[in-house]
Structures are given as C-alpha cells and as structure tokens.
Design a protein around this ligand. Structure first.
Ligand SMILES: NC(=O)c1ccc[n+]([C@@H]2O[C@H](COP(=O)([O-])OP(=O)(O)OC[C@H]3O[C@@H](n4cnc5c(N)ncnc54)[C@H](OP(=O)(O)O)[C@@H]3O)[C@@H](O)[C@H]2O)c1
Length: 234
C-alpha cells in the first residue's frame, strides 16, 4: 500500500513563468473554463494543500464551487469539499480568513514542533494543528496525510510548496496552465524556485497531455509511474 497520497500539483503561470504579480493582490491567470476544470480536480481530491503565504496573499476559499460536484461528493459519502491543509513556520495565519471560515471542510495546519503551542493558541480550535520535526519535510507531511485517509492530494501552490514537492520527488502529476500575459517583474514569485530537480536535460519529464482551454493552455506531465493508474479527473 502507498505510504503517501497520489499528489497532483496544479498552478497557472504567465508566459514569463510567474505565479503572481507584486503589483496586485491576486493576479488572475486562468479563464472561467479553466477555473471550472480546476473545480473538477478539487472535487476529485481528498485534500487541498496551499502554503501560508498563499493564504495571506490570496485569501482563498478552497471550496468546490459547483453544486452538482458537491452533491456528487456527498452522495459518495464524502464532505462537500476536500479538507484544507496548510503549512507554516511563522504561524502568521488569520483565523478570520476564508481558509478557516468558508465552508465546513476539515482544516489541518502543519507546523514545526517548536512553534506548535503558539500556533494552537492563535488558531483557537479553528483547525487541527499537527506538529512535525524541524526542518518540516513534505514527505513527512504527505505520510501523515496518508495516515489520515488522504489518498489524493492536490497542491495548489505557491512556488515554495511546488518546489519542495518537485525536488523531493513527491509529485505524481503536474498540471501547468500557461496564461497569455507577461508579468515582467522579477519581484514576482516563480512557480519553481532554485533547487535540484529530478527532471533535467538527462532525464526529461513525460508530457502526458496538452489541452487548449480558450486562451490558456494546459500541460499535463506524468511525474511518476503512478500517473494513469489512479482515478482520473472527469
Ligand atoms: N498562479 C497560481 O496558480 C498560484 C497558486 C498559488 C499561489 N500563487 C501565488 O503564489 C504566491 C505565494 O507563493 P510563495 O512561494 O511565496 O509561498 P507559498 O508556497 O504559498 O507559502 C510559503 C509559506 O509556506 C510555509 N512553508 C512552506 N514550506 C514550509 C516548510 N517546509 N516548513 C514550514 N513552513 C513552510 C511558510 O509559511 P510562513 O511564512 O508562515 O512560515 C512559507 O513562507 C502568492 O502571491 C500567490 O498569489 C499563485
């Protein structure tokens, strides 16, 4: 049996490879049709993970938007939306933010052991706080999620998280959307930061599918042998 969830990384980037813009609070990269596709991926997941900086910057709700998909999950004995998961070392999270208040999905916050008491006190029972050893590794986090019944994990960024999953070879699939715009400002966050990646000029990643969705393009990469063996998105 697998010791970590099937892990799908999902993000949108500009033509010059940025996830966001330093000039705007939340840069809109996707279009409506692609957001609906992302909604279907969310609905097929057991948990959605984002970094604490994404919560602070974007205030995401991380809920399944479509009523039909929510009903379908409930009919399968699941909660309407997947569990929301984040990770923080600073504990700087606003319990009044949409991550904690929107919907009634389970919320899980991972943090290093040394700050766990402070994080628990500041979150005041709005989430389950799980402390892990320092430095906190995505492998340990993934294994803990697996032990909690998460078989399919969607990682929605930002770049710090994507980088750790990729460099630690913990990603089974990458869904990368390219939007037809430039950010043109190197203060913006990149999708993948400096690091040693398993895919390089000697070992190229496998491009599994390309899909045009209106004015954006979706690239799907198979990053492990588990790709295609798991339940596929609708
Ligand atoms: N275009 C897209 O699809 C997309 C998707 C998501 C996000 N974004 C953008 O990406 C930007 C944020 O990306 P980012 O790379 O700066 O940040 P991020 O990955 O969202 O979050 C980074 C934060 O997560 C916590 N963290 C990450 N790894 C950790 C570890 N191993 N141990 C403990 N804590 C850890 C830390 O939180 P603390 O600082 O609290 O310690 C760290 O500062 C936002 O501007 C957002 O708009 C874009």
């Amino acid at each position: 049996m697998a010791d970590r969830p099937y892990t799908l990384l999902s993000c949108g980037i500009s033509l010059d490879g940025y996830l966001d813009s330093p000039a705007t609070i939340r840069l809109r990269l996707s279009n409506e049709a692609d957001l609906d596709r992302v909604d279907a991926v969310r609905a097929s997941s057991d948990a959605i993970l984002v970094g604490a900086a994404t919560i602070r910057n974007d205030n995401p709700r991380l809920l399944v938007r479509s009523p039909e998909r929510r009903h379908d999950r409930v009919a399968r004995g699941l909660p309407p939306s997947p569990a929301k998961v984040t990770v923080t070392a600073s504990g700087r999270l606003d319990v009044g933010g949409d991550f904690f208040t929107a919907g009634d999905a389970d919320k899980i916050v991972y943090c290093p052991r040394r700050v766990a008491d402070t994080v628990r006190a500041s979150l005041d029972n709005h989430a389950t706080v799980i402390d892990l050893a320092t430095p906190l590794s995505m492998r340990e986090l993934s294994e803990d999620l697996c032990a909690r019944g998460v078989n399919r994990l969607m990682v929605e960024g930002g770049g710090t998280l994507h980088t750790q999953f990729l460099t630690d070879d913990l990603a089974d699939e990458l869904q990368l959307v390219i939007a037809p715009l430039f950010v043109g400002d190197s203060r913006a966050r990149r999708f993948a930061l400096d690091g040693c990646y398993p895919w390089n000029s000697e070992r190229r990643a496998e491009l599994a599918d390309v899909q045009r969705i209106g004015d954006v393009v979706l690239l799907r990469y198979a990053l492990s042998s588990r790709y295609g063996t798991e339940r596929q998105d609708p």
